[in-house]
Design a protein around this ligand. Structure first.
Ligand code: 0X9
Ligand code: ZN
Length: 301
């Protein structure tokens, strides 16, 4: 583990070995839970980080729902590294992990991620074959059961925003949705990490109407963006997803919010398009550090 590189992009085989190693290294703080298997039968592991015996207060974090957004899984790994390294040393982290459990899914769309390492760096969707066309893949961030396959989504299998044959048709979506449903009483926040654009988004995405708790979400987002920018003056915008980025239906964040998870946020990490999805490795560290500040700011709620 000491040799694990958090400022490089890691391929799936390395990440999965890392999940086992970190759980073994911190057995009282970290455990590894399998929540399902992917289309291509890879195990979906999440890391449960925290000291609570029965998780009463939890935050669910996923990274890598879109395959090519490599900075996102890098952040999930960074987060777990920071949490394990500073627990018992840093006052805030110690306090946090004593009373809060983090469920961290380091790569949601594993098959797609593997595909970006082996065949097509710009792949976005998962790797399921669910149509009678030659086109592969469903956009997992259009496959959740919330206004499924309407605005900002397509029923054409060849589209990059294909919603799939039905809501929750994909094994990856189902695994995440089931885990959240099974832990719904404890999950207070849902955070989903994407790239790129430098934005912090909150519901709704499926409508331009403001969410019932819009004011509070806006306050939390403003504080988080303030914390993030304090480090390197990175410019972030924030607001309701539909009007800040574009409308989408079937997204995980809208689904989580409508399930009753009050604090549902989507990060679009660096950059603003210079490198786009191909953010160079030398920018991983600073991106993760500033994102850490924003994430911890949201937790304080
Ligand atoms: O289109 C998406 O799924 C996200 N952008 S990305 O470039 N990473 O693909 C934006 C999703 C916005 N919707 C919600 N936050 N609900
Ligand atoms: Zn994305």
């Amino acid at each position: 583990n000491r040799r694990y590189s958090y400022s490089k992009y890691n391929k799936w085989e390395k990440i999965v070995a890392w999940t086992a190693n970190i759980a073994a290294k911190y057995p009282k703080l970290v455990s590894r839970i399998q929540i399902g298997t992917t289309t291509e039968e890879r195990p979906m592991y999440l890391l449960k980080v925290g000291k609570q015996r029965s998780a009463k207060n939890a935050i669910f974090i996923d990274c890598g729902i879109h395959a090519r957004e490599w900075i996102s899984p890098a952040f999930c790994q960074w987060f777990v590294k920071e949490a394990t390294k500073t627990y018992g040393k840093d006052k805030l982290m110690t306090k946090l992990l004593n009373s809060l459990t983090f469920y961290i899914l380091p790569v949601l769309n594993i098959d797609g991620y593997v595909w970006t390492w082996t065949a097509d760096r710009m792949w976005r969707k998962n790797r399921s074959n669910s149509s009678n066309t030659n086109c592969i893949g469903t956009d997992l961030n259009r496959n959740f059961d919330v206004q499924w396959c309407s605005i900002g989504s397509s029923n054409k299998a060849c589209s990059e925003v294909y919603c799939g044959p039905a809501a929750e048709s994909e094994k990856e979506t189902k695994a995440v949705a089931n885990f959240i449903r099974n832990n719904i009483q404890s999950i207070k926040a849902y955070l989903s990490f994407h790239s790129y654009s430098q934005m912090l988004l909150y519901p709704y995405s499926y409508t331009y109407e403001l969410a019932p708790t819009h004011e509070e979400l806006n306050d939390v987002a403003k504080a988080a963006v303030g914390a993030l920018s304090s480090l390197y003056r990175t410019n972030y915008t924030y607001g309701p997803a539909a009007s800040t980025i574009y409308p989408t239906s079937g997204s995980s964040a809208d689904w989580a919010y409508d399930k009753g998870i009050k604090y549902s946020f989507t990060f679009e990490l660096r950059d603003r398009g210079k490198y786009g999805f191909l953010l160079p490795e030398y920018l991983i560290k600073s991106t993760c550090k500033e994102t850490m500040l924003a994430t911890l700011s949201i937790k304080r709620q």
